[in-house]
Design a protein around this ligand. Structure first.
Ligand code: MV4
Length: 660
């Protein structure tokens, strides 16, 4: 194998991973080429690269998934190699082949390895042949519902349906009873067909209470293959990883050796080169089973980098250049503990629906031992076209407790205003006693969802409301009493204290106050009276002393929403709507679209009786299926949309009249 020295690499991706790859390129003295879609014309990855080539319209199918346009961009810029990042074309064997055909090096494994691992059925067989344990299951050709049902009974419930062609949880469904088979098979198949163009399904015994533990492998073109230990990714929600760490608190030295050996044996059996990940599930009994191989650099790779001190992208590039690995397994050591949390643009209080909007303020802390891989910047519009991950925060500490404490601190210091994020949810999750004790498993979040979404510090709501009220009052005072600036809810007459109504979470609250001095106030909220002192008030910040403690509250207004961030936490407070909500969209029990999306399937007809929780409509948004369900028992009075229709946020989809 001849060795080459790349001068220029095209990064066929966007967001944080494009920036991440470019950082290693820069450090190695390699020129970079970005590609971008219409929506990303001003994205940071475009500006960070030496050159940039426009691909097409915003939808990935018309831009980041266009093989011929990307190859053409590489040829036009004279790139020696293409790094695919993760997602998009990273696990597309045809893309890897097209690169080779065009004389551009694909930075990743050989197309044959991608192909072999791309189908879960063949991956399972190869892993078993390589001596790795696999879960009892069915991966046959016959895909009829009858056969699948019979196989499930044979395997024994609970069974996990997986899309043969897929990964990352798309098309995955847990089936617990015979009655649930039809709906699960139907929706899994639709999702798989939609996402992969292949609806074939695989069945596996569902291992409950398991942990998701994966092993990072690295192979060169000279037959050297090592593993870089494990990552524990047990904290997931709807198959979306949220928190990852290494070492796994559930893996001891002996198990680490066994899993590492199994991963390396699988890698050898398929002639694996470059970076890859072998996923296992670790049962509560301590048994582990192979589930799949990811033939790409993973989102959570920084966790491995922080404990090994290695630069995985640099190693990927060197391997693609044909250089041999310089580290043998015995040389590889880890130091301390690393944990990553993924910050998403989503609203945990609203079923984690993706949130869109403009980032009006972004503060991510610079703390020793904390790495931040972000793909967004202040002023950027976060839309519906791509993954809603905003940034990864990765903390490294001398042990697990130290890493957790640092991560919580970094999260608390982070502030994102202009759209909803899962920041508070992440703080509660990482700070949760069960997680701290290392007891996380794949069902952990679902089991504790209420605790993780609830607000625990009553001062957060109370003080945020007071801060916002006094902030607004100061804004109005300094805006020269322009009456048009006042919201309809604001009252100021001689017989009453000024007050404003707000919505916080699902509650409506009134805050009223009385000025007691030049900067002193007595504020009333939640039936309690609080003495507050406004120390300073700027255009986006108010500093207030309440109960003898001074705090700054950062306030950002977005329409009727106010984003408030302080050391107590972050809250979104709404001013009451200026226009009354239309009758139709506020009807009890009727289903409204929570976000922009597309109607995939209508499951009910006019006149049909429904029970609370029944599925009404399947919506596709952010590339995922979302099932809209009936909020109460009733009768479908009207279906206001049709198959394939594009719907806006708040749009009424199905009207239900209750049958009381
Ligand atoms: C499993 C499993 C239990 N049993 N397979 C999810 C992601 C994908 N890469 C593999 N996954 C799993 N496969 C069997 N046979 C558990 C998971 C799993 C999971 C399942 C349901 C809900 C959350 C989960 C989180 C991590 C892993």
């Amino acid at each position: 194998m001849e060795t080459r020295t790349f001068r220029k690499i095209l990064i066929a991706n966007r967001g944080e991973i494009a920036l991440r790859v470019m950082r290693s390129c820069r450090a190695m003295g390699i020129e970079t080429v970005a590609v971008y879609s219409e929506a990303d014309a001003h994205a940071p990855h475009v500006r960070f690269a030496g050159e940039a080539v426009h691909l097409g319209a915003a939808p990935a199918k018309e831009s980041y998934l266009r093989i011929e346009k990307i190859i053409d961009a590489a040829e036009r810029t004279g790139a020696d190699a293409i790094h695919p990042g993760y997602g998009f074309l990273s696990e597309n064997a045809e893309f890897a082949e097209s690169c080779a055909a065009a004389g551009v090096v694909f930075i990743g494994p050989p197309p044959t390895a991608i192909q072999a691992m791309g189908l879960k059925s063949s991956a399972r067989r190869l892993a078993a042949e390589a001596g790795a344990p696999v879960v009892p299951g069915y991966d046959g050709e016959d895909q009829s519902v009858e056969t699948l049902r019979a196989q499930m009974i044979e395997i024994g419930f609970p069974v996990l349906i997986k899309a043969s062609a897929g990964g990352g949880g798309k098309g995955m469904r847990v089936v617990r009873t015979k009655n649930a088979v039809d709906e699960a098979v139907g929706s899994a198949r639709r999702e798989a067909e939609k996402a992969f163009g292949d609806g074939s399904l695989l069945l596996e015994k569902y291992v409950e209470g398991a942990r998701h533990v994966e092993v990072q492998i690295l192979g060169d073109a000279h037959g050297n293959l090592v593993h870089l230990f494990e990552r524990d990714c047990s904290l997931q929600r709807r198959h979306q990883k949220i928190v990852e760490e290494s070492p796994s608190p559930a893996v001891n030295g002996e198990l680490r050796r066994k899993m590492g050996d199994a991963a390396v044996n699988i890698g050898r059996a398929i002639g694996y080169t470059n970076a890859g990940t072998v996923e296992f599930i670790l049962a509560p009994s301590g048994e582990f089973y192979f589930i799949e191989v990811n033939t790409r650099l993973q989102v959570e790779h920084p966790v491995t980098e922080m404990i090994t001190g290695l630069d995985l992208v640099r190693l990927q590039i060197e391997i693609a250049e044909g250089r041999p690995l310089t580290c043998a397994q015995a040389d590889l050591k880890t130091e301390g503990h690393a944990i990553e949390a993924r910050l998403y643009a989503e609203d945990p209080a609203n079923d984690f629906l993706p949130s869109t909007g403009k980032i009006l303020d972004l503060q991510l802390p610079m703390t020793e031992g904390v790495r931040i891989d972000a793909g967004v910047e202040c002023g950027m519009e976060v839309g519906i076209h791509y993954d809603p991950m905003l940034a990864k925060l990765i903390a490294h500490g001398e042990n697990r407790d130290a890493a957790i404490r640092k991560l919580v601190y970094a999260l608390r210091q982070s502030s994102i205003q202009g759209l909803r994020t899962n920041r508070e949810f992440l703080i509660r999750l990482v700070d949760h006693q069960g997680f701290r004790q290392g007891r996380a498993h794949t069902g952990f979040i679902a089991e504790r969802l209420d605790e993780l979404i609830a607000d625990d510090d009553p001062r957060l709501d109370r003080d945020s409301l007071i801060a916002v009220a006094l902030y607004l009052q100061n804004q109005w005072q300094t805006s020269d009493g322009l009456l048009s600036e006042l919201p309809p809810s604001y009252r100021n007459n001689p017989y009453r204290d000024p007050s404003i109504r707000f919505q916080i979470g699902s509650d409506e609250v009134e805050v009223s106050w009385r000025q007691t001095g030049s900067s002193g106030y007595e504020a009333r909220v939640f039936d309690s009276t609080v003495t507050a002192q406004v120390l300073s008030c700027g255009p986006d910040r108010v500093r207030i002393e309440i109960d003898g403690v001074q705090r700054s509250f950062k306030v950002t207004e977005v329409g009727d929403e106010l984003y408030v961030h302080s050391s107590l936490g972050a809250r979104v407070i709404k001013r009451p709507p200026r226009h009354p909500v239309s009758q139709a969209s506020s009807e009890q029990g009727s289903a409204n679209s929570p976000m922009p999306g597309k109607v995939l399937k209508i499951l009910v007809e006019v006149g049909q009786k429904v029970t609370a929780g029944d599925p009404l409509i399947i919506l596709e948004a952010m590339k995922m299926e979302h099932t809209m369900r009936a909020a109460l028992d009733g009768i479908v009075e009207e279906v206001l949309v049709s198959d394939g229709e594009v719907v806006g946020p708040g749009q009424l989809l199905v009207k239900i009249t209750d049958t009381l």
